[in-house]
Design a protein around this ligand. Structure first.
Ligand code: ADP
Length: 251
């Protein structure tokens, strides 16, 4: 990967399921170190895009590159470098956080001698230090989401794909997840592709956003750029929600 190349890039990427187009000629890029808000209504094609970027589903047309690798040929390399937190993660309620992470680390073949400190590091990073030995069955949804993030951090990823990480959380739980994402980006230089409907939170931490509607990326840029495009004035005057709705109404 050259210095100027985007860490995530797609060119005319499409996916059809039978006769239905889920993603249509998608071309976009995410730069290293960015938090990119990946927005759009349900059914827009966001998850399908993430799956194609991870090499978990094959595009009908087009190409993609993640950390310099083609997901169709080098999915294993991408798996090593990208942490993916899907919308719903299931856990064994009887295990505590340490046991859960040991189980995952073992599955991923992590060296036993590194396991202890790596697990302690990610548990503290996501703020579960005080609950590390509490059974996961007794965790709140927000704590489970933080455990999910700890799990994907175990492999020390360069990139995180987060699909609705604040869904179903109360405002306090949601803000803690958003602050965690921001600190991972700032302190560990992790690039984040963040899919979320919580536009107010996305606006707080995203460097740029993309709006996907009916399989197409209808807008891509900083919130300021998109506000200028739609309203002729900068993003300080408008919320991301107002900008999003404007694009949405015009499709
Ligand atoms: P989003 O993540 O933005 O909600 P998805 O990528 O999940 O959107 O879905 C995009 C479209 O593709 C939807 O119409 C959905 O029903 C369809 N779709 C997704 N996965 C499949 C599948 N495995 N088989 C058939 N259709 C699918």
């Amino acid at each position: 990967m050259t210095a100027t190349e985007s860490i995530i890039k797609t060119e005319a990427l499409s996916k059809r399921y039978n006769h239905q187009t889920a993603v249509e000629a998608l071309s976009f890029g995410v730069e290293e170190g960015e938090i990119f808000g990946f927005l759009g209504p349900n059914g827009a094609g966001k998850t399908t895009t993430l799956l194609m970027l991870l090499g978990l589903t094959r595009p009908s047309e087009g190409t993609a590159s993640v950390c310099g690798f083609d997901p169709q040929r080098r999915a294993m390399e991408i798996k090593r470098l990208v942490g993916y937190l899907p919308e719903n993660v299931g856990y064994y309620g009887e295990m505590d956080a340490v046991q859960t992470l040991e189980f995952i680390a073992d599955l991923n073949g992590m060296d036993k001698k590194d396991m202890g400190w790596r697990i302690e590091d990610v548990i503290n990073l996501v703020g579960l230090g005080d609950s590390a030995t509490k059974k996961v069955g007794a965790y709140s949804r927000g704590m489970k989401q933080r455990l999910g993030i700890a799990e994907v951090l175990l492999k020390n990823p360069k990139v995180l794909f987060l699909d609705e990480p604040t869904l179903g959380l109360d405002p306090d739980g949601a803000i803690r997840i958003i602050e965690l994402i921001q600190s991972l980006n700032r302190e560990r230089n992790i690039t984040v592709l963040l899919s979320s409907h919580h536009l107010h939170q996305v606006q707080k931490i995203s460097h740029r956003v993309g709006i996907m509607i009916k399989g197409k990326m209808v807008a891509e840029g900083s919130i300021d750029q998109l506000a200028r495009e739609k309203f002729g004035v900068g993003g300080k005057e408008y919320t991301l929600e107002e900008i999003y709705l404007k694009y949405f109404q015009e499709v």
